[in-house]
Design a protein around this ligand. Structure first.
Ligand SMILES: [Zn+2]
Length: 225
C-alpha cells in the first residue's frame, strides 16, 4: 500500500484566488501609488512611512515587484479608476476595530487592475514607534500585501497576520512567511496557477462593477488581554 502525503511545511500564508483558483496578482509592474495627505493626521515622516510600506515588497529579492510613487493630488476616495491612492478615511464604513482596508478590483483571470487603501482616521497612529498607537507603516505594508494578492497568514509574527497591536514596528519588516507568499505569486520560477489559497479570511466580495470584482480585506486591531 502506498500512502501519499501532501505536506505544506510550516508555512501559514495564503493567497487570494479567483473561483477558478487563479492567484490574484498585479500584472503590470510597477505598482503605482499616490499618497493623499488631505485629512491625514500630523505625523512625522508620514510620507516616508508610506514609501517604506511599498518598498518592503519591492525589496524581496526573489519576487518580480516594482513600485512607483506618483506625483500629484487626488481626492481621498475609493473609486475604480487609474489613480491608486492611500489616504485617511474619516467616514469609516468597515467597523471600529478595522485599522485599514484595501479595496482592489480584479478581472476574472485574477489580474488586479485598480485599488485604493483607506486608513481609519479614528485610530491612534504612530510613525515613530509609540507604544500607545498603531504603527502606520506596518499597517500599510499589510494592506499592500493584499493589493499584491496575499490573504491573511496564520503566522502570528507575519506582517500579513490579520491583526496588529499597538507599537508593533517590527511588522514593518516582512516575515519569512510573507516572503514565501509573495514569492509564490511573483517568483521567477513558480507558476501563477495552482495557488494554495483556501480560506476566505476576512475578505468580502461585493457586487461587481462590470466584469471587475472588488476584493476588500481589512486589517483588524489586536486587543491586548
Ligand atoms: Zn488584512
Amino acid at each position: 500500500m502506498m500512502t501519499i502525503l501532501l505536506v505544506k511545511t510550516a508555512l501559514a500564508w495564503e493567497v487570494q484566488t479567483t473561483d477558478a483558483g487563479e492567484a490574484y496578482h498585479w500584472a503590470e509592474m510597477p505598482l503605482p501609488y499616490l499618497w493623499v495627505d488631505e485629512g491625514a493626521p500630523d505625523l512625522p515622516a508620514l510620507e516616508g512611512a508610506i514609501d517604506g510600506s511599498f518598498a518592503a515588497w519591492a525589496e524581496v529579492s526573489n519576487a518580480r515587484i516594482e513600485v512607483r510613487s506618483e506625483e500629484g493630488t487626488a481626492p481621498p476616495r475609493i473609486a475604480l479608476d487609474d489613480i491608486h491612492t492611500v489616504f485617511f478615511e474619516h467616514d469609516w464604513p468597515v467597523g471600529d476595530e478595522a485599522l485599514a482596508v484595501a479595496t482592489s478590483w480584479a478581472d476574472a483571470s485574477g489580474n488586479v487592475v485598480a485599488y485604493d487603501i483607506r486608513v481609519n482616521a479614528s485610530i491612534p497612529w504612530s510613525t515613530t514607534g509609540a507604544q500607545t498607537a498603531f504603527d502606520l507603516q506596518a499597517a500599510i505594508t499589510h494592506e499592500v500585501g493584499h493589493v499584491l494578492g496575499l490573504e491573511h497568514s496564520e503566522a502570528a509574527d507575519a506582517t500579513m497576520y490579520a491583526s496588529h497591536a499597538m507599537g508593533e514596528t517590527w511588522r514593518r519588516e516582512l516575515h519569512a512567511d510573507d516572503r514565501e507568499a509573495i514569492h509564490f505569486v511573483y517568483g521567477d520560477t513558480e507558476p501563477l496557477d495552482g495557488a494554495t489559497g483556501l480560506g476566505p479570511g476576512c475578505s468580502t466580495t461585493g457586487a461587481a462593477p462590470g466584469w471587475l470584482l472588488p476584493i476588500i480585506p481589512a486589517l483588524f486591531l489586536l486587543k491586548r488581554r
